[in-house]
Design a protein around this ligand. Structure first.
Ligand SMILES: [Zn+2]
Length: 277
């Protein structure tokens, strides 16, 4: 059996996850007056039509960051909020890169035939949405509750997370998960963002990252409870020079040599510039 359409799950009352062929997950949080759409996927489907089937309410679209698997479907929307530090990155994404990424992620976990998608699903962007600037502390009022934006850089300079205090949920994009890639600013920057999240941890119990059911695996529904603390501890050990990396690899994704370090439930990967193979 294979799926030729994204899978829709209600993960909490009025909160929906759209799993786009195991490539990325888009969340729709519906309040009494408005909805918030978090990310737009890789652009392998008509995400706008899916969103508008989920909610009839007016909605706001925000991006956790500017990577191609989160901004890929933004051309379908009229207006999208994004942190300015990731704007240029998002605007430069090409259809060829989205196709290459989709092919690379096929079968990364589980059966490669689980998801029925291919390069033919990818459309060239004909236009970009109007882009509005996200900032730390910004709130999006959905009527019965406000969703809080938290700037959590490290994975990318403009990475933001979103907290729904009413449902006690964190949507962390790629900024705080069990496989955290620090690509901008190094572990020092990532630690600052994670510590900012730590000050707000009383507001959430569950952490949904931007790759729920990563690839075709169904293991990553929400992140383990220790994820935030493990990410913080790992960054501190890396900065103190006490982290013993398990692997060193050349990463096209990170644009240089990277090291990985496992602590608790998380693997942190970061750039180690200037080091020889
Ligand atoms: Zn990313």
């Amino acid at each position: 059996m294979s799926f030729n359409e994204p899978i829709l799950l209600e993960i909490a009352g009025g909160v929906y996850a759209v799993n786009e062929f195991g490539l990325a997950t888009v969340f729709v949080v519906e309040g009494t007056q408005r909805a918030l759409v978090i990310d737009t996927g890789m652009g392998y489907c008509d995400m706008r039509a899916i969103v508008e089937k989920i909610t009839a309410k007016p909605y706001t679209v925000v991006l956790t960051h500017g990577h191609l698997d989160h901004a890929g479907g933004w051309d379908l929307f009229d207006e999208v909020w994004l942190h300015p530090a990731d704007r240029e990155r998002a605007e430069c994404v090409t259809a060829a890169e989205r196709i290459a990424s989709g092919q690379r992620m096929r079968g990364l976990e589980g059966d490669p035939d689980t998801w029925d998608y291919g390069p033919e699903n990818v459309r060239e962007w004909k236009r970009l949405p109007k882009i509005r600037d996200l900032a730390d502390g910004m709130e999006f009022d959905l009527g019965d509750r406000k969703i809080i934006c938290v700037h959590t850089p490290g994975h990318s300079a403009g990475s933001c997370s979103f907290i729904d205090p009413a449902r006690r949920l964190l949507f962390s994009g790629d900024a705080c998960n069990v496989s955290l890639r620090v690509t901008d600013g190094g572990p020092e920057t990532a630690l600052k963002g994670l510590m900012r999240l730590k000050t707000l941890e009383g507001l959430f119990d569950r952490n949904f990252n931007g790759h729920m059911a990563y690839a075709s695996g169904m293991t990553h529904i929400s992140m383990p409870q220790t994820t935030l603390d493990d990410c913080i501890a790992a960054m501190r050990l890396i900065l103190d020079g006490k982290a013993k990396p398990v692997t060193r690899t050349w990463s096209k994704y990170s644009g240089g040599w990277t090291a990985s370090f496992i602590y608790g439930a998380v693997t942190v990967t970061w750039r180690v510039d200037g080091e020889e193979a």
